[in-house]
Design a protein around this ligand. Structure first.
Ligand code: UDX
Length: 452
């Protein structure tokens, strides 16, 4: 099939490269000529594991890029819109969706054959039908569902594993206004064999995306609240509690053979110092705002956000439990990115933690395997000694704080074990065995030791 994709950001370029790899002919469209040139030269303007090799392999054959949206619409049967939808605190900003819809509509005006326009960006329920469709109709002078089609096809990519997520999706969800658009979407996704497909309305497709992210965020805040209660009550460890909880066969089913399936959802019921990233915080807040605007109070999701906003400060409280003052205290922060496998700092719990340490007068060293460059842009004006290794960061530290669940931090007990004065380890992710270091404290447990 001939597919055009507007926006070569994270979702757009991953989708474009993967759909080309799957055998479709894809034209990526972006107003940024520099990005267009990079793609056409086989280079990748963003970092995502495995993406550049897909771009290099397909460019010049099934993948190309252009700034000419009208020509791309003429040359293809279907256009996916994958532009940004930032959240400004009140509502998502659909300005880019509106601009793209206007331009695509104008191109459809001059087109004789049926064309389908699919919103792939994350948009609140109603946006495709109530915002994009009227603009497309106005700009084209044609009727949606009759002269051209409109659909909605949310993306469920996780950063760092976006390529495998796209190539082997959990499910494919799409809505459409009419059967011809459904048939075109069926064709796009016919190359994904054996995947569950949900064909639904545009509004339901939009809601599925927000609901999926809201559920996962809710599980994280739920676990964090329970963890905080374990700390408050004393002598209960949230790790033991959650182990007992996830052995419920509805969470980890027992097969006939007697073996237990351990679904990855169980990692979402582990306590930690909070979630971050470009999706969970933004999507949950946008759904709350959208619900409120519709007269529906979103009390549960508001609590999910409130708990998450406060959660990084648990790490600071733990430090204060052990040290009378943080002023002059040497603290090594382990991990700055919002999750492992990425240098993305957006909404990372490390941001409020480092800022609080700075405000309290701590002497900060920090280590992250890939995110230091990004972190330097965030922490301007804060004096941080960016270390080049774990050893370097923990040298002379009074306390070590684990923020990101990078696998290499599992070597911390060994590294700390070699130091003459072992620092206190504050485990913000409960990833280290609490008995493996001389002095340990973490989210969701009780440590009686006080003082250096
Ligand atoms: C998320 C959704 O997973 C994805 O489906 C959606 O399309 C975009 O948002 P992403 O933000 O890339 O993807 O990362 P994800 O791996 O889901 O992590 C989000 C946050 O949850 C991170 O802060 C992470 O630390 C936390 N998390 C993730 C957990 O606490 N436990 C986990 O098991 C996984």
């Amino acid at each position: 099939m001939r597919i055009s994709i507007v926006g070569t950001g994270y979702v757009g370029l991953v989708s474009g490269a993967c759909l080309a790899e799957k055998g479709h002919n894809v034209i990526c469209v972006d107003v940024d000529k520099d990005k267009v040139d990079q793609i056409n030269a086989g280079r990748c303007p963003i970092y995502e594991e495995g993406l550049e090799s897909l771009v290099t392999r397909n460019v010049g054959t099934r993948l190309s890029a252009t700034s000419d949206l009208a020509a791309a619409v003429q040359d293809t049967e279907i256009t996916l819109i994958a532009v940004g939808t930032p959240f400004d605190g009140v509502a998502i900003d659909t300005g880019y969706i509106e601009a793209a819809s206007r331009e695509i509509g104008e191109a459809i005006r001059d087109k004789d054959t049926f064309h389908a326009v699919i919103i792939k960006s994350t948009v609140v329920p109603g946006t495709t039908d109530e915002t994009a469709t009227p603009i497309l109709e106005m700009a084209s002078g044609k009727k949606a569902g009759k002269d051209f089609g409109v659909g909605m096809n949310p993306e469920f990519l996780r950063e760092g594993v976006a390529i495998p997520d796209f190539m082997k999706p959990d499910r494919i969800v799409y809505g459409a206004t009419d059967e011809r658009t459904f048939a075109l979407l069926d064709n796009v996704y016919s190359v994904f064999e054996g995947v569950d497909i949900i064909r639904t309305s545009n509004k339901t497709a939009e809601m599925i995306k927000y609901t999926a992210n809201s559920l996962l965020a809710t599980l994280i805040s739920f676990s964090n609240e329970i963890g905080n209660l374990c700390t408050g009550l004393g002598d209960i460890d949230v790790v033991d509690v959650m182990k007992g909880v996830h052995l419920d066969r509805r969470l980890s089913p027992i097969l006939e053979s007697g073996d237990r399936v351990v679904p990855s959802i169980t990692t979402f019921i582990e306590a930690g110092c909070g979630f971050g990233g470009s999706c969970f915080p933004k999507d949950v807040k946008a759904l709350i705002a959208h619900g409120q605007a519709a007269g529906q109070q979103m009390n549960l999701l508001q609590s999910v956000i409130d708990i998450n906003r406060a959660q990084p400060m648990q790490v600071i409280s733990l430090l204060k439990k052990h040290f009378d003052s943080l002023s002059g205290l040497k603290v090594a922060v382990m991990g700055l990115a919002f999750k492992p496998g990425t240098d993305d700092m957006r909404e990372s719990p490390s941001i409020p933690i480092v800022r609080a340490l700075h405000d309290e007068g701590a002497v900060i060293s920090a280590y992250d395997p890939v995110a230091i460059e990004e972190a330097q842009k965030v922490f301007t004006g804060i004096d941080i000694n960016y270390a080049s290794s774990i050893e370097d960061a923990v040298q002379n530290a009074d306390a070590v704080v684990v923020v990101t669940i990078w696998d290499e931090f599992r070597s911390l007990p060994e590294i700390i074990g070699k130091l003459t004065t072992p620092p206190l380890l504050i485990d913000g992710r409960r990833m280290i065995d609490k008995n493996a270091v001389p002095r340990y404290d973490g989210i969701g447990m009780t440590s009686r030791s006080k003082g250096p």
